[in-house]
Ligand binder design. Structure first.
Ligand SMILES: [Zn+2]
Length: 100
């Protein structure tokens, strides 16, 4: 159960591949979320653009497992957190804590 966030070093994963939030990663996350906000379940549409939260706080970790698709409203709520994460994210990550 600890797979991605636990002790397993991602030796077999090309990390640089996930340094940027690419279209295909977005697509994967959106499809997994069934094109709905993972917080309030509102459906994404041309007028409701999804935002992407980094669960472990590392902005350079864009693996689909580390991303949550959120509607603008929910994203706004976590945006502050997300900005703060940029600074404390690495510490959090080092501690191996999972932020839900
Ligand atoms: Zn929402």
């Amino acid at each position: 159960m600890l797979s991605f966030f636990g002790g397993t070093p991602s030796g077999n994963v090309d990390k640089s591949k996930y340094e940027h939030l690419t279209m295909s990663i977005r697509q994967t996350v959106l499809e997994r979320a069934r094109r709905r906000c993972q917080q309030c379940s509102v459906k994404f549409s041309p007028s409701v653009h999804p935002g992407f939260e980094h669960i472990n706080g590392s902005l350079k970790d864009n693996r689909p497992n580390n991303l949550r698709a959120l509607c603008p409203k929910c994203f706004k709520l976590i945006e502050k957190k997300e900005n703060r994460k940029g600074m404390v994210g690495n510490i959090r990550y080092a501690l191996g804590r999972m932020i839900k």
